[in-house]
Design a protein around this ligand. Structure first.
Ligand SMILES: [Zn+2]
Length: 329
């Protein structure tokens, strides 16, 4: 059996011997196995009935709750190893023989109930490089949590409620976890749905009341409260109403908050770089841990990071046809 080859065509294709693996395809691709790394929308598709889908059972469950039926998923395939990628609940990296290691989206640090991406050596590394430039190095999580707590404390002192915003699967559960000591706790219904599945899997998230903006915006309590919500612009209908009627303070969470102007673009009062991806240094550590001959980069700063790796002596290039929107979760 020869070595694996990696190509991109509507997804990442790995051919090893007679077997073809499609990794996180955007639509149905002819392959023996399809791997779905995690339940973010930009990594999922609607598989055909005959597709053999490799994914964690939690990813199958989260996908279903988001309208993607992955069918009967399996974690047990000969020659294939799934490893926790630390990105969100159920997220996995995949190692195919000792040839290919693919990260999916990966985190480089332990946060609350999530660990960091586990690695194994492989000849070819296919990695996400969302934050693959040196200016993206995230501060320690404990420091961010402390800063956010003081923002919430001063808003409460003035009688203002606070809305914490991040993508509804992953970030929102970390926010629910880190800031659970505040009362009363209100969850946007999209967050509440994802929280419920986390609780069923043993993640200790506090229950709170549910806010469904389609049922009205005027039933929230007066006085301070803390809401966890999907990311929305401060200029959106719901957020501008919460600001105007309740004096809500908007706080946005994203790795992009390290960039100039993110807070203003989002129309938020504060923004913090709490991320579920590796920062630049963590990406470099990941490459060293896998110790590959060849690296293919996908997402975000794929060209820039590949160039930096070449300077360090690696053979590296971006899998260019496989770029997707960085904001579409
Ligand atoms: Zn993701």
């Amino acid at each position: 059996m020869g070595g694996a080859s990696v190509t991109a065509n509507g997804g990442i294709l790995v051919d090893l011997g007679e077997t073809r693996y499609a990794l996180d395809p955007h639509s149905h691709v002819r392959a023996d196995y399809t791997f779905v790394s995690h339940a973010h929308i930009d990594h999922m598709h609607a598989p055909s009935k005959t597709e053999k889908v490799i994914a964690s059972s939690v990813t199958g469950e989260l996908a279903k709750a988001r309208g993607y039926d992955l069918g009967r998923t399996t974690e047990e395939v000969e020659g294939v190893e799934l490893l926790d990628s630390g990105h969100i609940l159920g997220s996995r990296a995949i190692r195919i023989a000792d040839e290919v290691y693919y990260t999916g989206d990966a985190s480089g640090r332990t946060r609350a109930f999530l660990g960091k991406c586990r690695t194994r050596q492989a000849r070819i590394l296919v990695m996400e490089t969302t934050y693959g430039t040196p200016e993206y190095v995230f501060p320690p999580t404990a420091k961010l949590v402390k800063e956010v707590n003081s923002v919430i404390a001063s808003a409460y002192d003035r009688g203002n409620p606070v809305v914490l915003m991040g993508y509804p699967l992953g970030k929102a559960q970390l926010l629910s976890y880190f800031f659970s000591s505040w009362e009363p706790m209100i969850y946007h219904e999209k967050v509440a749905t994802m929280n419920r599945i986390h609780i069923e899997h043993g993640v200790p998230l506090k229950r709170g009341t549910t806010f469904d903006p389609s049922k009205g915006l005027d039933d929230l309590p007066s006085g301070p409260w803390l809401m966890v919500s999907p990311m929305a612009s401060g200029k959106s209908r719901v957020m501008s109403h919460l600001k105007k009627k309740y004096g809500a303070i908007l706080v946005a969470f994203s790795g992009w908050a390290l960039g100039q102007g993110y807070k203003f673009t989002m129309g938020a009062d504060y923004s913090f770089p709490l991320s579920d991806h590796c920062d630049y240094q963590e990406l470099l550590s990941l490459v060293r841990a896998v110790s590959p001959e060849t690296v293919y980069t996908v997402h975000g700063f794929a060209s820039e990071f590949a160039q930096d790796l070449r300077k360090l002596g690696f053979s590296a290039r971006p899998l260019a046809p496989y770029q997707s929107s960085i904001s579409d979760f």
